[in-house]
Design a protein around this ligand. Sequence first.
Ligand SMILES: C[S@@+](CC[C@H](N)C(=O)[O-])C[C@H]1O[C@@H](n2cnc3c(N)ncnc32)[C@H](O)[C@@H]1O
Length: 409
Amino acid sequence: MSRSAVIERLRRRLGLDPESIGEITLNHAIDEACATLNCPDTAALLQRIDGDEREWQRFVDCMVVPETWLYRSPEQFDDLVRFAREQLATRRPLRILSMPCATGEEAYSIAATLLEQGFGPGAFEILGIDVSQRAIASARSARFRASATRGRSVDATWFDREGEFWVPTGAVQRSVRFRSGNLLQPDCFQPGERFDVVFFRNLLIYLDADARRLALDQILRVLEKPGLVLAGQAENLSAIDTRLQPLSGYGPLSFSHPARATDATAPRVANAGRTPRPTAADSAPPARPRERLQPPVATAVAQAPVDALAQARQAADAGEFGRARELCLQLLEQQPESASAWLLRGLIAMAENDLDEAEQALVRASYLNRDDAESMQYRIALAERRGQPQEAAKLRSRMARMTTSGVRA
Ligand SMILES: C[S@@+](CC[C@H](N)C(=O)[O-])C[C@H]1O[C@@H](n2cnc3c(N)ncnc32)[C@H](O)[C@@H]1O
């Protein structure tokens, strides 16, 4: 009884959808919170966290999932650079929000990317916000274990190696600030605070429907036009709020205000594929060529599967699982090797409670993209949901092994 009251607090104050975490993981986290706060049971825990903000914070630290890594989804950083040059050339400093920032890897990766691409130290400022004070303290300490790279290379120009840690250089650290805040609270942002770009990745997946709408409303309140919002892999923002639309010519997880399409500053698709030069306002050392900057998909033929995937995602986010499944299967007929499509197929099957199908699809997704921690995370969640703790533990250690680091000098 008091366990469900604890879950109710999480729903009310953090907007947490308990199903997004899974019963086993949630119960485990509540037990950990009881131990951390020295409470013999959940009734005592409730007494402790109600009415005492510091204890509530300690509880939150036990419950959240600050899972993140350096350069997570690198193609989104390419969209940031392109948008900053094409749409925000005269806006300095660029104001960038990393929300939620978890332990800071995302914010430092943004800073390193912009410096690498020739944006000067004063040309941008980055603020990271997260509800977990423990995560914020860790972000400020700016030391990342090799596992924070998830096996990807880290640019040694912007991260120093100190023993087993990667440490962002002084220039990177000086561009980034952190503070704690709950996006669902009205005081999360300061009066007049505005941002040009928001990395808004991997929070909505944990929230219930009401909290998703509120969270997006808050983001839209502080997003200056033209505005770029970058979403997490399973998050279709335009299905939740029509004030945001997929940004034409960019990756499927980049969103902006619809009004931009008719604006004189609309994306110059004709330039797609070229790497624009930094503007004079960027006043920075010359940028080294950057292999990771991918040209956007240029032809209608190549665009079609991306659209089909976006449509399937949109249908899934709108709760139209039958349609989403059909679209996804059609796409898989054309592109049987698409890891993203298999991942989405797995998520739809999970939503439909077809757990065997979900498992097959997720296994296929992680087979096709062995670096992809996302599908591995969902496989772990699925194993938990099926009451298979040993399988979950096995997958966790497999995920931990996806951590060999390399150096891009
Ligand atoms: C999975 S991490 C995402 C980190 C990063 N954006 C990424 O994609 O790698 C989710 C984070 O959301 C934070 N969080 C959960 N509810 C929140 C809220 N209401 N306001 C702010 N942060 C929240 C958690 O503390 C956790 O660090």
